[in-house]
Design a protein around this ligand. Sequence first.
Ligand code: EPU
Length: 346
Amino acid sequence: MPLEPVPMGGYALTENAPLATRNTLHVQARAHLLAELHDASKLPELLAFPAVRAQPLLVLGEGSNLLLTRDFPGTVLAMLTHGVQVEEEGDVTRIAVAAGERWDDFVRWSLGQGFAGLENLIAIPGTVGAAPVQNIGAYGTEVAEFVESVEAWDVHEHRIAVIGNAECAFGYRQSRFKREPGRYIVTAVRFALPRHRPLRLDYAGMHEELARLGVDTPAPYHVAEAVVRMRGRKLPDPAVIGNAGSFFKNPIVDAERAAALKATHPELPAWPQPNGQVKLSAAWMIDRCGLKGSRQGDVGISNRHALVVVNHGYATGPELWAFAQHVMATVEAAFGVRLEPEPVIV
Ligand code: EPU
């Protein structure tokens, strides 16, 4: 049998490491130091290294929500921890998952084990640890609904913190972890998953997709299959063309502003929020500006979905960021609405 070397001591360090294969926009950037962590219990030891302590830190999962505009001058911490722990308790099961597990692997595993709830969140790139940071959401569901607590290393307090759902301060593509960048390193997420739960079928296109599948009484795995098909048509595969999913958040504006925009643009999709504000479709506005499928050199907007900034080949981080800012300026000039990028911009 061939020998497969494994990193000793729970982590591996590499100086001047390339990051192009570690970000889904395929930006060619380097890390001054790359720390690949396989054992979360070694995190304090790793962070105590003088070379690590003295420099900025960037935590990396699959790099699917990241735009690197320069080489990273500090330590890039790649979370490669694995493992799942299940605690059955009545109708709800608690499942602790290591931060480095792939989100989609966990979703498929949960469906295979007969748990309900994550079917609408299938096929989202990224890791379990990153899921609560940006509160991933799709097809009418957000991960926040299933997070019981997040285990994270508190960089300020030098200890592991267990942060309950309410303290995570989840919002649309928002959380405490995103609001306090640099403070927490997520090491594991504890989910509470039911065996039975009413399906979320109200998202536009879901009923039609289930009908195409010939399903009238859907189960969670039918919904998952419908989502896989809808996503596959709309979102380019990062393995084929560099992208970070939605590059812009759907902007949330007050009701008067939304009403004024609807008066001049009746077809603008708008979703009222529980607090009275209104979420607007950024994709529609970008599309309406004629930017969908547009291209400048190797940077562009996907011809499949107007929210997706793509790297057609060798676009640099600064080129991608300049193009994204051009999109934001064009939408602001046309609609008076300022878009915000969704990925972390480094
Ligand atoms: N639309 C256009 N042109 C397009 C695409 C969409 O005009 O090219 C309009 C259509 O009217 C469509 C509406 O925008 O009905 C909404 O489009 P879609 O259903 O694709 O949803 P989205 O608001 O653009 C959000 C998430 C996606 C998630 C989908 C499905 C954000 C920033 N994005 O997109 O999440 O998959 O809903 O639930 O909230 C991601 O975050 O990376 C991501 C892909």
